[in-house]
Design a protein around this ligand. Structure first.
Ligand SMILES: [Zn+2]
Length: 248
């Protein structure tokens, strides 16, 4: 770990300051969850995710869009939290910590973390496309290789059940976004982990925290759009870097 980052962390922990962790796709990459654009699976490689993750695509062909999400859900179900997820859960037992994620998987929760804000929604928070009623029943069976899957139906109105993610063109969920802003404004330190910093408004959270006096540390193997505005950068992956925080 860079010495400057160890110093910042130690001062913050000794002072009882709150940490805000913002995680993105890089956080789950080491669990084998492909990034949104990095899908090379032959079944789906000819489809553009940006054209599937929209309300328009859903209206046009809900079975195709549900089939894609059902496949992605299965990838997540088959994946396991990595050492980085587990380290964050442990860190939250030691210091006041808010966890904000752009990821729609549930790997933080399965590692034992409480997620304060899923700013881009959650794959498994299913709800009715028409009336919004939450779907609490079991997930339909996954059939390997099946591309079109008829969505489950809402018990209240009979319309189709959609995934709980934020699609392109949709607003972020109000409660998640408020929680994320609150976490950014109240913390003394922001750890930005595995996010490219390209997707707004989530990418604006580190700058917001900085305006409120927080120190920003980026943990990412590659330079990103956020690197220039970080106080410290640590070129490492989530699973490599985060367990080292527990040694401080
Ligand atoms: Zn409904």
């Amino acid at each position: 770990m860079p010495a400057a980052i160890a110093d910042v962390l130690k001062r913050m922990i000794d002072g009882g300051g709150r940490v805000c962790v913002l995680t993105g796709a890089g956080m789950s990459a080491e669990s084998g969850i492909p990034t949104f654009r990095g899908t090379h699976d032959s079944l789906w490689s000819r489809f553009d995710p940006m054209r599937l993750a929209t309300a328009e695509a859903w209206r046009e062909d809900p079975a195709l869009v549900w089939g894609w999400y059902r496949w992605r859900m299965q990838l997540v179900r088959d994946a396991q939290p990595n050492a980085g997820h587990k380290a964050l859960a442990e860190l939250a037992r030691r210091v006041p910590l808010s966890l904000v994620t752009q990821n729609v998987d549930d790997l933080h929760e399965r590692a034992g973390s409480t997620v304060d804000a899923h700013v881009h929604g959650s794959l498994f928070a299913l709800r009715c496309f028409a009336c919004g009623q939450a779907h609490d029943g079991p997930l339909d069976d996954y059939v390997e290789g099946q591309q079109k899957v008829a969505p489950m139906r809402c018990t209240a109105c009979g319309d189709a059940i959609r995934p709980g993610v934020v699609w392109f063109g949709e607003a972020l969920p109000d409660d998640a976004w408020s929680a994320a802003v609150d976490a950014a404004e109240r913390c003394m330190l922001v750890l930005v982990v595995g996010t490219s910093g390209l997707v707004y408004p989530a990418a604006g959270l580190p700058a917001l925290a900085r305006r409120h006096g927080a120190t920003v540390v980026e943990i990412n193997p590659e330079p990103t759009a956020l690197s220039a505005d970080a106080d410290h950068v640590w070129r490492s992956t989530a699973a490599q870097a985060l367990p080292q925080l527990l040694a401080i």
